[in-house]
Write a protein that binds this ligand. Structure first.
Ligand SMILES: [Zn+2]
Length: 428
């Protein structure tokens, strides 16, 4: 694919300051020209010029007069999130969430349905595209589509837009997911690991707002983490950072993980492990409520174990406690290693009864160094299921408004019709 040259009329330093001003207004914390001068360390003339350019490009507008702080009153600046809309999706092992959002992460519409990611990319993406097509038809009149964002439940090479050897996604290895979606909708598309996307959702629209050092941990069927460092998502060299589910926590060859290794955290403490060990407890006669469930439905789920633990079933409490302790040990190592100020816990197991979280907290605080644990907070995700869709919207918006990507489309006024923006080395 050929790539259009960067905007001819804007020098690189102008683009940098343009992106900086846009980012500040987009974040919502800085609303006036004097505040931009003060907070960004840019000159008054530079700020005035960039604001005027962004107004011309239709990315910000001026609202009412801001409350005066003594000097001349100035107009409040507002990011025009309604300038374009985004298709966003979160693909899990067993369900698919899709949504239509504005550029600020406000969802106009969303749908959730069951799906089997193991059915492979052709069947799964065909259904995703059907749902996307319906949402495109529902977008507000006159609002163009500007991008697509998707979270996948496996390792994603971010720069290539492809999943790489994902353990629970047979047939998806190296499949060009990003390029397929960009081509179909003729807009730039970005895909990332689902937990990275959720971390971004919490950082930009959830409990992590304003945090610089945040760890988002999802304990669902599998286990994964997304790292925010210095206020930005840390993907690592290939995009594999945060895949803590396969950290080795036990020298036990009998516990096989879905990744093919043995002794992985996920194989001992994830929802998959709770279901397996719950069924074993039922069969061995160690849990009457789980045995009853096994007999009536033919299986035991992680949710069954969580529910049985809440009503005092001793075997289920033991399983959930073990899970909290094992995840807590790995998190304590991460706390000592990179010193986050906030850990946000998401996923089905974390949202269950307090048995898991209280054991996890006890373990993390007990095994972290005093300094690293001093101001550490461990909270559950208030966004819950919505973190993925909101995160996918911010994933796309952050890329579109990055100075390097912005250079390639700002003067044409829109990234619509530019699937090349997310490939061919245009964007980081
Ligand atoms: Zn593993």
């Amino acid at each position: 694919m050929s790539v259009a040259p960067p905007a001819a009329g804007l020098a690189p330093d102008q683009l940098d300051s343009l992106a900086l001003v846009l980012g500040a207004v987009r974040g919502g914390g800085i609303r006036t020209r004097p505040a931009l001068v003060r907070e960004l360390g840019l000159g008054r003339n530079v700020v005035s010029q960039r604001v005027a350019q962004l107004v011309d490009f239709g990315l910000i507008d001026e609202g009412r007069l801001a409350p005066s702080t003594g000097g001349r009153p100035s107009r409040e600046l507002r990011f025009r999130a309604e300038a374009g809309c985004l298709l966003v999706a979160e693909l899990g092992a067993t369900d698919l969430q899709v949504g239509l959002s504005d550029l600020g992460g406000h969802l106009f519409a969303q749908r959730t349905e069951g799906c089997d990611v193991a059915a492979g990319p052709e069947a799964t993406l065909a259904r995703l595209e059907q749902l996307f097509d319906e949402l495109v038809a529902e977008r507000p009149p006159g609002v163009p589509l500007w991008g697509v964002g998707l979270g996948l439940p496996g390792p994603v090479e971010f720069s290539a837009g492809r999943p790489i050897v994902p353990p629970i996604m047979p047939g998806w290895d190296n499949y060009p997911v990003r390029d397929r979606l960009a081509e179909r909708y003729q807009v730039p598309a970005w895909i990332d690991n689902d937990v990275n996307v959720m971390a971004l959702g919490e950082l930009r629209a959830g409990i992590g707002r304003g945090e610089q050092e945040l760890l988002y941990v999802k304990v669902g069927t599998g286990i994964g983490a997304g790292l925010i460092s210095a206020g930005r998502l840390h993907r690592g060299a290939q995009g594999a950072a945060g895949d803590i589910g396969h950290v080795s926590v036990q020298d036990d060859d009998s516990i096989l993980c879905r990744c093919g290794n043995t002794g992985c955290l996920e194989a001992l403490a994830g929802g998959y492990a709770l279901a397996r060990d719950g069924a074993a407890a039922a069969t061995a006669g160690r849990s009457a409520p789980l045995a009853a469930l096994l007999e009536s439905s033919g299986r035991v789920t992680a949710r069954d174990v969580i529910t049985a633990a809440a009503s005092g079933d001793v075997a289920s409490v033991a399983l959930l406690t073990r899970s909290g302790r094992l995840v807590g040990r790995v998190l304590a190592s991460l706390v000592n290693f990179y010193n986050p100020s906030l850990i946000v816990m998401g996923g089905q197991v974390s949202s269950g009864e307090d048995i898991f979280l209280s054991e996890l907290r006890r373990t993390v605080y007990g095994r972290s160094t005093a300094l690293a644990a001093r101001d550490l907070r461990i909270k559950t995700s208030p966004l819950g299921d919505r973190a993925g869709l909101l995160g996918a919207a911010f994933l796309v918006a952050d890329q579109l408004f990055d100075s390097e990507c912005l250079a390639h489309w700002i003067q044409s006024g829109s990234p619509s019709g530019r699937p090349d923006l997310s490939s061919g080395g245009v964007a980081a």
